[in-house]
Design a protein around this ligand. Structure first.
Ligand SMILES: [Fe+2]
Length: 131
């Protein structure tokens, strides 16, 4: 396991923390795929990671937004905007380019995801409880 879900990523909201664990799992799967030297053609696996991420974040963001709404979290609108940007970026990934240069495709996906864990989860999600 490369990316560890340590205490500084905990929001203190149990269901959100459980859902974040899954995003760490996907980041670790992406890292494993990058480091796997036994698979030549990784295209199908990259595509399946992207769709997994897409499906999962739709549910996760909706859950988080519902919670922010329920506590009338002050920064819920700007927070939601970050979710929208994440989804937009995920949807704008050029799959053809990934097929041409698979290694760069995985590296980009991983960077995008890790940036999200470190900046959004750690800095924004962790603030939800302490407004
Ligand atoms: Fe969030």
């Amino acid at each position: 396991m490369h990316y560890e879900f340590t205490a500084d990523y905990l929001t203190g909201i149990e269901f959100i923390d459980n859902e974040h664990q899954k995003l760490f799992d996907i980041a670790n799967e992406t890292f494993d795929l990058l480091s796997n030297n036994f698979v030549n053609d990784k295209y199908d696996r990259i595509i399946s990671l992207i769709s997994e991420l897409r499906e999962y974040t739709i549910t996760h963001f909706a859950d988080e937004e519902k919670y922010m709404e329920s506590i009338q979290y002050l920064h819920r609108f700007s927070h939601k905007l970050e979710h929208i940007k994440f989804v937009e970026k995920l949807n704008s990934i050029n799959l053809e380019e990934i097929d041409i240069n698979q290694k760069d495709g995985i590296v980009d996906l991983l960077q995008f995801l890790v940036e999200w864990l470190q900046n959004h989860i750690k800095k924004k999600d962790c603030r939800i409880q302490k407004q």
